[in-house]
Design a protein around this ligand. Structure first.
Ligand SMILES: [Zn+2]
Length: 431
């Protein structure tokens, strides 16, 4: 059957992502991959024209913008599988690419229509992004970095110096400005959307000098790429603010002064508290030490303070989860959890949290004028859910209340399944 050119969503309750209160929906009309209208049904749309007009009745449902995860990794080598070699990532680019493609599909099927991927192995995420955009495979829109640019002692520099950082690891060593700028150029040549720098794992040490960060930021921007940094510490957060990166990941040990510098610079933060909360909750089960779990608890407490201060200073907080960073962060399960954290710890109303996760996080996927709000002219990425997320923000989690996912104007066909159970059953093989 030929694809209808017009899709009409009738009835239901519209939460448009802009922060407007929910309203009864009369009709959302989608033409091709864009929203033509929201509100009254235009007179020239004939619902009885079944050959050209597809109608979805959303009665008793809630309509929201497609979810966005501003921090998710597809190609770190998860889920781990019995019999598949895996060290940092895996030793095969080919297998990793196929697995990342499958991960992207799993994510889309839980209502996430856009993903920001701050780093992976090889240029797998670029390839998966392009294959999705070309219609070769199914998945969310992807906006991605390449391997993190790191120095000795940064996160991902896990091997002895005589091993370095081979292609299957998610970091790329560059210990001076020349090497860093060369890597920015190499990654831009291979099509990344943004550059990911990474300071130390837990922020106890500052591994990237301010002048290095400035040089990388300048080169990225010269090449029309954005830049972010994994910065948990005070010094690295401050340096990121002063270098003018596009957004900061974590910032959970930032002082009030550092946050003022961030506010001054006008850049958003992706606190990524889902990972910390999950680590505190199930870290021990996944083989993390008590010491590591305690550290995550301290960082979670720090992040709660940052959340309060950032909000008071008017810093935009975007939602990201770090799904796919380790076996304890499975695909498809946690992408909407950051919104719950904003409600639980940040004093957000569910409506405000939804706007943070849609309208605000659109910036992390480079689509700040295109997705995240349901209005005429925007790309048609939206979800329908069968329970009220304003009554309980958790109904958006894990795709458990999804009635439909529409991405780029098309209804995603997932054969009645939200997450392929046979795939989820494979993780976690090891911790
Ligand atoms: Zn991450």
């Amino acid at each position: 059957m030929a694809r209808s050119s017009t899709l009409v969503i009738l009835n239901g309750t519209l939460i448009d992502g802009s922060g407007n209160p929910p309203v009864p929906n009369e009709a959302i009309v989608v033409e091709g991959n864009r929203i033509r209208s929201v509100g009254r049904l235009p007179e020239d749309v004939r619902l009885e024209d079944q050959e050209h007009v597809e109608v979805i009745d959303a009665s008793e449902q809630w309509i929201l913008p497609g979810l966005i995860d501003g921090h998710c990794h597809l190609s770190f080598g998860f889920p781990q599988m019995t019999g598949v070699p895996s060290s940092q990532g895996t030793t095969s680019a080919e297998f990793s690419t196929l697995r990342a493609a499958r991960n992207a599909q799993t994510v889309l099927r839980t209502g996430v229509t856009s993903l920001s991927v701050p780093g992976g192995t090889w240029f797998i995420d670029v390839a998966v992004r392009d294959a999705i955009a070309a219609g070769l495979i199914e998945g969310p829109r992807i906006f991605c970095a390449g391997r993190f640019i790191v120095t000795y002692g940064s996160i991902t520099d896990n091997e002895p110096s005589w091993v370095g950082t081979p292609e299957h690891t998610n970091g790329k060593l560059a210990n001076n400005v020349d090497d860093m700028v060369t890597e920015v150029r190499r990654q831009c040549k291979h099509g990344v959307n943004y550059i990911k720098m990474a300071d130390s794992t837990w922020g106890d040490l500052q591994t990237i000098a301010p002048h290095e960060l400035r040089a990388v930021t300048e080169e990225a921007h010269r090449r029309h790429a954005r830049i972010t940094i994994h910065a948990r510490g005070s010094g690295s957060t401050r340096a990121a603010a002063e270098a003018g990166v596009d957004w900061i990941l974590h910032a959970d040990l930032a002082t009030d002064d550092d946050l003022e510098a961030v506010a001054q610079a006008g850049m958003p933060i992706i606190p990524t508290m889902t990972f910390l909360a999950r680590g505190v909750e199930v870290g021990l089960e996944y083989g993390r030490s008590q010491r590591a779990v305690d550290a995550m608890k301290r960082h979670l407490d720090g992040a709660v303070h940052v959340l309060e201060r950032a909000r008071a200073l008017g810093i935009t907080l975007m939602c990201g989860t770090d799904s796919g960073n380790s076996p304890l962060m499975p695909y498809g399960e946690l992408h909407a959890n950051e919104m719950e954290i904003l409600v639980r710890y940040g004093g957000y109303t569910p409506l405000e949290a939804i706007s943070a996760g849609t309208r605000d996080t659109a910036f992390a996927v480079g689509l700040e004028h295109e997705v995240g709000v349901l209005e005429a002219g925007k790309l048609a990425d939206l979800i329908l859910v069968t329970a009220d997320p304003l009554a309980d923000i958790r109904v958006l989690q894990g795709g458990r209340h999804l009635a439909a996912v529409i991405k780029d104007g098309r209804i995603v066909d997932f054969n009645g399944q939200t997450v392929a159970p046979e795939f989820l059953a494979l993780q976690p093989a090891t911790a």
